[in-house]
Design a protein around this ligand. Sequence first.
Ligand code: XMP
Length: 516
Amino acid sequence: MIVILDFGSQYTQLLARRIRELGVYCEIHPYDAPVEAIRAKTPSGIVLSGGPSSLADGNGVRSEDLTPLPHPGVFMLGVPILGVCYGHQVLAKVLGGKVKKTSKREFGLAKLSLERSAGLFDGVEPKLDVWMSHGDEVTAMPFGFVPLGSTENAPFAAIANVHKKLYGLQFHPEVSHTKYGGKIIQNFILEVCQAEPNWRMKTFIDDAAAQIAEEAGQARVLVALSGGVDSSVAARLVHKAVGKQLIAVFVDTGLLKADETERIRRVFGKLLEDSLVMIDAKDRFFSALKGVTEPEKKRKIIGHLFGRIFEETASQYKDLRYLVQGTLYPDVIESGKSVSGKAHVIKTHHNVGGLPDDLKLKLLEPLRHLFKDEVRQVGRELGLSDEILGRHPFPGPGFAVRIIGEVTPERAEILQKADAIIEEEVRRAGYYDRIWQMFPVLLGVQSVGVMGDARSYKDVVAFRAVESTDGMTADWAKIPHDLLGAISRRIVNEIPAVSRVVYDITSKPPATIEWE
Ligand code: XMP
């Protein structure tokens, strides 16, 4: 495996992705991870990431006191090291070179002229575009290093101590703008480090299943199955590991997509066999939400009721000791500024959806080392269909946060119908995979219409569709007018309670994706 020491670059996760794409497992650790912890991983190589800090002399502070540096023992482990951007400067400075603030900062593309390959640039053209983003530069190399390449403003843009297998790159090979960036990373990982490209989802599944089985022993394991990608894959993986000891609880709140219960039964009935526990809690949710209009109150009520239902279910099994959560790697990685950064598969506390602490369940997070697309691959290997793996995200409180005002079964049914029409039309038009999330919102506003010869006065539905990569920011989706027209026409024609459809054209920020 490869260890990446994170100095806080926005590209650190991208580095990890590039390495895993080569079939080599890697983990991101904080820059100051203890050297014993790194040695214990027996890495084939170490990558020092970029970062926002400065090591330059003469910047008014004693830089060593304030700037992040790795444990010096890292350089004595005898494994190949690649420093990228700030990591390049760390390598140079720690080993005796010089780093200075440059008068000619480079941001964006620069032309790298190669002098020698040193194994790192095998198969790469002698002049190539590279992506730079730096205000400091290496002005003197440490003893034993040779220059591999330079740009107009950075004489030591690529350096190496070939004998010790230490390499430094001022540019970012992990970003797609760097031509041959993938090849350079591949040369370092597979040729210099001689790492085995044996990280396959099949291997991951077998290892993770064995670990889970060993940890759980004879105890039962509970998973809250929402039908989303992460909980579905986690449930399937744990089921492979512990079989009937798994209890996969699916709660029908009445606030889910139309036919969700049937879908879950159809998809998971076979895959999870006897482990699947379906709970019809529609009446409980609607009666708990009766008369409630305030968004935060709705969320709290729903969270608590979920907790209570899981607790009731859990109390039926006295040998229940574990709770599965579909946490992913991006939620686990601690930033370059952090000191601990311990990433274990198993933790001993939990903080999930309203579950009371005295349940004392241990948390199993079998996906905590995976990126989202790796989770999808695992799901595919485990027999889950694209119907589940390609799904848009769906919020825990479901339609409750898409019904402005009181949540009633009648109003939820209007949304289920509108939602089904939207999904059908968007899929038919081939737009489903280009959209992050889409849904109708019941505004609680009535509007005048004319239907046949009669005046009507009925509900307005807003249609929201957004493009996003992580849900943190989003833009309204520029879907074709014909498609909008078809959706509007069908909603008004097929749902008698609705007289008008409007399209939400607000980005996030300033709006949020959900309306409540
Ligand atoms: P917002 O509305 O905050 O949504 O822009 C960002 C993403 O989070 C989802 N979301 C939730 N998911 N429980 C969830 O499980 C919630 O309470 C919740 N609120 C928002 C939302 O659907 C979007 O993907």
